[in-house]
Each structure stands twice: as structure tokens, then as C-alpha cells.
Write a new protein. Structure first.
Length: 231
């Protein structure tokens, strides 16, 4: 196959690729519709459903529908967003969840991350940051608003490390170090000269041993419990 044929095939594959399915869980109707319009203007994603409550989204999941990413407020009527995230990630860990909230206090941020959120944006963020954050999550990253990231680091620095032995192999520790540095799976593979598949296998092993479901959760636990050597 010639280079031009390969380029054409690649272009056709990208063109025919289905947009990522995004669900929005937000009780403010005006904001919910605005976010949905922003997402629907993107070529690579589509807002499939909008919900006012967690319970409505969970009903759709029980019925068998699956999004790629859920954009979640945490200050919701009825079931809290944090509880909703916890239930969804426990049952369906493959679904990525991006928090989009007005809350920036340490407790809510920490609880959302521990519940399984893959990223955290404040509602003061621009609308353009939302699709970029969703793309980052789908690429294996963990987008966090700069203010939130600073607070999370300060919060963990105030906690006395309580190092535990989770049985991580030397290679898993190397991968975890790169995760703490904020690298995506592909970047970790390039940096450690490993295949993407091998890195993914190591990350799944890390999740299992640390009892977490997301890259963000693994990083949070590593920092909180001092799992990596300082230096």
C-alpha cells in the first residue's frame, strides 16, 4: 500500500470515527443546556443526554446505555454528586467522570477524587475548557483546574505520610512515579520505552493493588500515603 493510500485510509478512519458520548448531570437548566450546545459543536463528541439528578442518569445506566464521559456537578438535589460518582464508578469503572462544580473546598475536592472522578473543573472555567478536558480524560489524562490542583497539593503536603506496602513491583512504582508527574499513558510508554499495552497492564495492576479506579485516585493515594521515595 502506498503512503498516499495509507494517508487516505487513516483520514477515512478518523472521519468515520463515532463521536464520544457525553452525558451532563447538572441541576441548573440554563447552564446544562449551554454546556450541551458547546459539546454538540465539537466534531469529536456529542451530548447524548442531560440530567437534573443523579438518579435519572443511574436509571439510564441500569437500562444498559453507556457514555464515554459524564460531566458531573456535585451539588445536586436528591442524591449528591459525590455519592452518584461513587456508585457509578463502583459498578462501571470504565466510565470517565469529570466534575464541573462551584465547590472548591478541600473536603469536597478530596471526596470527589476518592469517589472516582478523573478530573475536576470549576464553573469559573471557560466553556472552551470543557471539551478540552474531556479530550484529555479520554487520552488517559486527569485534567484539574489550576486552583484545585494547588489546593490538592497543599492538602496532601499537610498530611503526615503513612507509607504502606501494597506489593507494588519496581516497574509499577516507576509507572506510578510518571503518573504522579502528570504523564498520560502514551507519554509514560514513551518515557519508559514500553508499549502502550504494557503500561496499561501495569496501571491496571496498580489500580488493583491500591484499590482505586482511576489515575487520579492512584496519584492521590500515592501522595497521601507517601508510596514513592522522595527526591
Amino acid at each position: 500500500m502506498s503512503d498516499s493510500d495509507k494517508d487516505t485510509k487513516t483520514a477515512d478512519t478518523e472521519e468515520n470515527k463515532e463521536p464520544s458520548k457525553v452525558w451532563v448531570v447538572e441541576d441548573n437548566e440554563t447552564l446544562r443546556r449551554t454546556v450541551a450546545r458547546v459539546l454538540d459543536r465539537q466534531d469529536d463528541m456529542k451530548c447524548v443526554h442531560q440530567f437534573e439528578r443523579c438518579e435519572e442518569a443511574i436509571q439510564r445506566l441500569v437500562a444498559g446505555e453507556r457514555p464515554n464521559v459524564m460531566l458531573f456537578d456535585i451539588g445536586l438535589p436528591g442524591m449528591s454528586g459525590i455519592e452518584g460518582i461513587r456508585r457509578i464508578k463502583t459498578a462501571l469503572p470504565e466510565i470517565e467522570i469529570l466534575v464541573f462544580s462551584v465547590f472548591d473546598d478541600n473536603e469536597k475536592v478530596f471526596n470527589a477524587i476518592c469517589a472516582g472522578a478523573s478530573g475536576y473543573l470549576l464553573k469559573t472555567s471557560s466553556m472552551g475548557e470543557i471539551p478540552d478536558a474531556i479530550r484529555e480524560i479520554l487520552a488517559g489524562g486527569a485534567p484539574i483546574n489550576a486552583l484545585i490542583a494547588r489546593q490538592v497539593l497543599d492538602m496532601f503536603s499537610d498530611l503526615a505520610p503513612q507509607s504502606r506496602d501494597y506489593g507494588l513491583t519496581d516497574r509499577e512504582k516507576e509507572v506510578l512515579e510518571q503518573m504522579v508527574e502528570g504523564l498520560t499513558k502514551k507519554e509514560i510508554a514513551d518515557h519508559l520505552d514500553l508499549s502502550f499495552h504494557t503500561v496499561d497492564k501495569h496501571i491496571r495492576g496498580i489500580y488493583s493493588k491500591l484499590h482505586v479506579n482511576t489515575m487520579t485516585g492512584a496519584v492521590a493515594k500515592a501522595l497521601k500515603e507517601g508510596l514513592l521515595p522522595k527526591g
